[in-house]
Design a protein around this ligand. Structure first.
Ligand code: UDX
Length: 431
């Protein structure tokens, strides 16, 4: 088995390192944060990812997973060097490569001869050339091996991927990286670095486009009186469309889709192509935030004094605690801007923690510890994240404690007949 250095222990790096150690490789993960390294070395996992804690514990016990401070410390003995550092969105929409270049500059002088450096983070087209330049090592191959991990299912997505993509000009380096995945049963595709980097952006932008199409169809369904759930069900039988990723919602978000879709539009612009289609995909998503917020605002009769909206869900999707670019937060900011008070509950967000202020400074909402505490005295209740527990709300109890009987189900989570049977005015998305 191989010796692998993982540079960066965020969501991608920690998952990649733990899974590679599970596959039998000898993995050393590096971070710049000494306290984080100490906690990881004790098996403390700072992110919610199903199965990750078990793999980290397994790797620490077997000795083929360890954590150190500093990229050079991890890389000095390794054969493969996975760059898993953040590539945040820059002010112009392009990805900021400063962390990637800093990591390459740090490991360039220390990595052993004939090492392979691998870009795992989502990086702009052409980044392998940037890393190669900064490394300044003619004996070292730089390979693109993009990640296709979804939050909440990252471990499963790594160990049972739909495909592994490897982009390299150096055939031998590509074969060496492919061998790291020898125990994984999935197609391994080898192409050039630019194509591999483009596959990643194209995949995310296409998925975001699919969702904007579904959300736009939901708006049309409302206008013509169709039920979008039946429309997408009927669409999904066509194997060319597929059943996945057809659920309408308040808009799409997360730390990847918005960033990657904007980055691809910028890559296109820099390459001389006006990718207007992506501009529209992004615009439809912003409009979906607006439409969802307007439904909530319309549901609160303006003459109600001292009331509020109960918001169920703050995370960008169920199964994760991530608030970054959350559609729920986009909608609630708009509701607050309309002067309506909000009490919110999310099973992955504790009252009083400051993550919300970090992702949305100035969003003045009260976070409470259970859905009924949010609903007490509320004129309206809105479901913004598809947590399963919101499917089982007690509408008899809600009818007693709410001042209004309005439900905005922005995830079409509920069977409308249940709240309607108890006298609620139910509004979904596209139905
Ligand atoms: C995404 C890609 O799926 C993954 O391949 C890539 O590596 C990283 O970005 P992630 O951001 O974790 O993964 O979330 P995903 O599950 O794709 O959902 C993205 C957004 O779309 C969420 O806001 C989610 O609620 C929304 N969504 C998803 C819908 O609104 N409807 C759907 O049917 C599916």
């Amino acid at each position: 088995m191989a010796s692998i250095a993982i540079i960066g222990t965020g969501y991608v790096g920690l998952t990649t390192g733990a899974c590679f150690s599970h596959l039998g490789h000898d993995v050393v993960c590096a971070d710049i944060d000494a306290d984080k390294v100490r906690r990881l070395s004790q098996g403390e996992i700072p992110i919610v990812e199903k199965g990750l804690d078990r793999l980290v514990d397994e790797g620490l016990r077997s000795g083929n997973l360890s954590f150190v401070v500093g990229a050079a410390e991890a890389s000095k003995q390794a054969e493969f060097h996975y760059l898993c550092v953040p590539t945040p969105q820059g002010t112009d929409g392009a990805a900021d490569l400063s962390y990637l270049e800093a990591a390459a500059a740090e490991i360039g002088p220390v990595i052993p001869d004939d090492s392979v450096v691998v870009n795992k983070s989502t990086v702009p087209v052409g980044s392998t050339r940037v890393v190669a330049r900064v490394l300044g090592r003619s004996d070292v191959a730089v390979v693109s091996n993009p990640e296709f991990l979804r939050e909440g299912t990252a471990v499963a997505d790594f160990l049972q991927p739909d495909r592994v993509v490897i982009g390299s000009q150096d055939q031998e380096a590509a074969i060496r990286v492919a061998a790291l995945y020898s125990r994984i049963a999935a197609p391994i595709m080898v192409t050039d670095p630019v194509s591999a980097e483009t596959i990643k952006y194209a995949s995310n932008a296409f998925l975001a486009s699919k969702l904007s199409f579904v959300n736009a169809m939901a708006t049309l369904c409302e206008a013509v009186g169709a039920d979008v759930n039946d429309v997408v069900l009927g669409m999904g039988y066509d194997s060319r469309i597929g059943r996945e990723f057809l659920r309408p919602g308040p808009g799409w978000g997360g730390s990847c889709f918005p960033k990657d879709t904007k980055a691809l539009a910028k890559i296109a612009e820099d390459a001389g192509y006006n990718f207007r289609f992506l501009d529209e995909v992004l615009l439809i998503n912003d409009e979906q935030f607006d439409r969802t917020a307007q439904k909530v605002i319309d549901s609160v009769e303006s003459n109600l004094v001292d009331t509020h909206v109960a918001a169920l869900g703050l995370t960008f999707k169920a199964g994760t605690d991530d608030l970054r670019d959350s559609p729920a937060i986009e909608v609630l900011q708009r509701v607050r801007d309309a002067g309506i008070q909000v009490k919110a509950f999310d099973p992955a967000v504790l009252p009083g923690e400051n993550r919300l202020a970090t992702v949305q400074p100035g969003l003045d909402i009260e976070v409470v510890s259970d859905p009924y505490a949010a609903a007490e005295g509320a004129a309206s209740l809105v479901i913004l994240t598809e947590w399963d527990e919101f499917s089982w709300l007690d509408f008899d109890k809600l009818a007693e404690i709410m001042t209004g009987k309005n439900i905005v189900d922005a995830r079409n989570l509920l069977d409308p007949t249940i709240p309607r049977r108890r006298g609620f005015n139910y509004r979904g998305i596209g139905r």
